[in-house]
Design a protein around this ligand. Sequence first.
Ligand code: DGL
Length: 270
Amino acid sequence: MENNNRPVGVFDSGLGGLTTVRELRAILPNEDIIYLGDTARVPYGTRSRETILRYAHQDLSFLERFGVKFTIVACGTVSSVIVGESSFSKSHCTGVIEPAVNAAVRSTKNGRIGVIATGASVRSQSYEKLIRSAMPEAEVYSKACPMFVPLVENGYTSPESVPTLAIAREYLEPLAESGIDVLILGCTHYPLLADVIKKVIGDGVKLISSGAEAAKAAKLRMETMGLLSSASSPGSIRMFCTDSPELFRENARHFIDTSGISVDRCSVEM
Ligand code: DGL
């Protein structure tokens, strides 16, 4: 018999997974949430597959200590490399790839889908392969944007920021010319750059937040599995990070209101 009132675990290399927490909070307000941001080792996207897998196992084990009933891998990079990895049990865990791809395929009118993500995610071709299997006629335009994560982690998210806009132009102008009508923000940090991205790519392109789509998919899965909390009052949120909690809190406020939320430093290395 499952205990439905156990927490939902969410993890990311840093702050990006808070885009998932924000959505989860909006659609399942009574769930308790444990969040882990591995801020001491962010970014993951520039590392090898082996290293990312090792980090991911450590992050998952950390959350399991809290008896989580379901885990959301709120990191596009980890989600990309765990595709086909049996150690990430499918039934109680979701990544961001499939939810984001499903939303993109539903939304596109012209079959031209853009994907922006970290270098590791783009190299894995996980988004691209899944789009092609869901929509064989789709034209997929992928672009790695490795500078976006450090910009977000350091709070450079305004469309008025000259360096951010210059970097966004460098990455996105070719995509803007490809005629895509949907763009998957394949890294959970990127929704914070939505205004910058829109400024370069135009308002006519629908942006899909992989983190938010993962929260929606998790809700459906938990519903089907009978795992939704029976609580009738708002759930608690506890956050952990592997580097300074003060810095985490300072930057997290760009993603979510952290007042009243405890942020503690932890170690995930085994
Ligand atoms: N939020 C992570 C992702 O979705 C950031 C990746 C990184 O740490 O490089 O890919």
